[in-house]
Design a protein around this ligand. Structure first.
Ligand SMILES: [Zn+2]
Length: 530
């Protein structure tokens, strides 16, 4: 295998499109790996492969228990009959559940190598969802010990090893576990996600768990999230930087007659129409499916469910490619109030997202509401405003935002600057945007200030944000402006003026219906201040 096993191709927020080299080929990430039962797989793997899945995950422990050491003669690819990339989970959960003492860390390390898996997972001690803190601590410790032991035993250079991070919902333990695991030579890191957090749609807790792990793990390695097979979890986890997922949900839901939609599950019996146009939904009606034998119905439903999960991954990938992951996640978040809450709290991570977001994108940045102030583009603009721009003029003239892009082409600005007068020489022109705050004219033609589309217009219910006022005050404090002229189109501007007036004398000019009158009023004040 080449030295660079994982290559990041493009990024947006903390999400990325990457290429993971394995001995069975390149796996493009983010990727969802359907869980395949090594013995009792009912949905044919050939069908799963036909849907477009390039990688699957199966259970090494169950393989060992069912096939014994003879499994190594066949190899895992022949056992489950799949040519693509195979990841094997070591079965930490099963070992705990059955209290199987015969299976050791060493046994599972050697067994996974012997069946020639592509991606192996150490025999970890999963924290689980009901763990108290002391048990959680114990799992972190035991998993680290297993990690070191496994890496010292690993012989094959062509197998990628995965190091799981434990800690359950205890963020300090996740941090500690991630930090320590990151010092070990793993190819992939993984986060155990307590099923309870997922099942109860606790997306806010899930976000903080993922971010805690992510911030303490090397960014040049993929992060696998265990058990994330829900169409709402996928875009969030991808935006937060998870590169791989696995899930048995497609079959578990199907067994329960639950049909996946983009927004969650629906009971098959409650459906009159299939809101999907996959091959299965086009050739059946819900009623027809209900008349089929249980096993046949389950398998058919499972394939549709996989289709929905794959779609969730593909849509997020395309959003990364287009630099529209924020918009995509925002739209998905509307599907469930709990996801919406998680989306609203993403502001905490904007700093981290900013690093992954492109400096320039080909498409306009969209603003729908105050939640979009957490966009990395806003933070980047504010940093630039504070750290990179210096103002040397005496008068700060603030013009209202306009729909024209770039803003310097707004009719008022053009009319104002058309007059070639010395009066403007001492004037710094800026625009006051409800989306970005202060925009100096000099940067108004730079992305994203040149390309944003906003539903936040003057006279909407949204007011200038607190940070926008603060930013202007900070600029006034560090610059040499002796006066501010604020051209006001509504009461929001007046409130703004009253707040900054305490720092630098501020004159208000009301926007008149006649453009020339507004321009004349501005010039009158400029003359007065000259
Ligand atoms: Zn379908």
């Amino acid at each position: 295998l080449p030295s660079e096993i994982f290559e990041v191709k493009s990024t947006d927020l903390a999400g990325r499109i990457g290429r993971l080299q394995t001995k069975s080929g390149v796996l493009e990430t983010p990727a969802l790996l359907p869980v395949i039962h090594p013995v009792r797989q009912t949905v044919p793997i050939s069908e799963i492969s036909k849907l477009g899945f390039k990688a699957v995950i199966t259970n090494a422990y169950l393989t060992l228990k069912n096939y014994g050491d003879s499994a190594s003669i066949k190899g895992i690819h022949r056992i489950i009959d799949f040519d693509g990339v195979i990841m094997t989970d070591s079965g930490g959960y099963q070992v705990l559940e059955y209290g199987d003492l015969d299976v050791t860390i060493e046994k599972m390390a050697k067994f996974q190598e012997s069946i020639s898996t592509d991606i192996a997972v150490i025999l970890d001690k999963p924290t689980g969802s009901k763990a108290n803190k002391s048990f959680a601590k114990e799992t972190v410790k035991a998993t680290l010990k297993a990690a070191k032991e496994t890496l010292s035993l690993a012989n094959r250079k062509d197998i990628l090893w995965t190091g799981p991070v434990q800690g359950g919902v205890f963020l300090d333990l996740i941090r500690q576990s991630a930090k320590k695991t990151s010092t070990l030579d793993f190819d992939i890191f993984a986060l155990g996600s307590p099923t309870e957090v997922m099942e109860t749609y606790n997306f806010q807790i899930l976000s903080s768990m993922i971010m805690t792990a992510k911030k303490n793990l090397p960014l040049n390695k993929p992060l696998h999230l265990f058990g994330a097979g829900h169409p709402l979890t996928i875009p969030l986890a991808i935006a937060l930087g998870c590169d791989m997922f696995d899930s048995a949900s497609y079959i578990l839901f199907a067994r329960d007659d639950r049909y996946l939609t983009d927004a969650g599950t629906v009971r098959l019996k409650d459906l009159r129409y299939f809101p999907c146009i996959c091959r299965i939904c086009l050739s059946h009606t819900p009623k027809e499916l209900l008349t089929l034998e249980k096993e046949e119905r389950t398998n058919i439903l499972a394939l549709h469910n996989l289709h929905v999960l794959l779609k969730a991954v593909t849509e997020s990938k395309e959003a990364i490619h287009e630099g529209r992951l924020w918009e995509h996640l925002g739209a998905k978040a509307r599907c469930h109030p709990r996801l919406w809450n998680a989306f609203l709290s993403l502001g905490k991570y904007t700093d981290f997202f900013e690093e992954g977001s492109l400096q320039s994108k080909s498409k306009a940045v969209f603003f729908y509401g105050p939640e979009d102030f957490s966009r990395p583009e806003v933070l980047r603009h504010r940093k630039k405003l504070m750290d990179n721009l210096t103002f040397t003029k005496k008068i700060l003239l603030i013009l209202p935002e306009d729909e024209m892009r770039p803003l310097y082409k707004s009719p008022l600005c053009l009319a104002l600057t058309a007059k070639k007068t010395e009066l403007l020489e001492n004037v710094q022109i800026c625009f006051l945007s409800l989306s970005f705050g202060l925009i100096p004219i000099e940067v108004s033609d730079v992305f994203p200030l040149s390309q944003y589309e906003s539903s936040l217009k003057p006279n909407t219910t949204v007011d200038f944000q607190h940070f926008m006022v603060e930013d202007v005050i900070k600029i006034l404090e560090k610059s040499k402006f002796s006066n501010v002229i604020l051209v006001a189109s509504n009461t929001q501007h007046r409130t703004f003026a009253s707040k900054i007036r305490k720092t630098v004398p501020t004159r208000l000019v009301k926007v008149d219906r006649s453009m020339s009158k507004t321009v004349n009023n501005i010039y009158e004040i400029l003359q007065d201040l000259d």
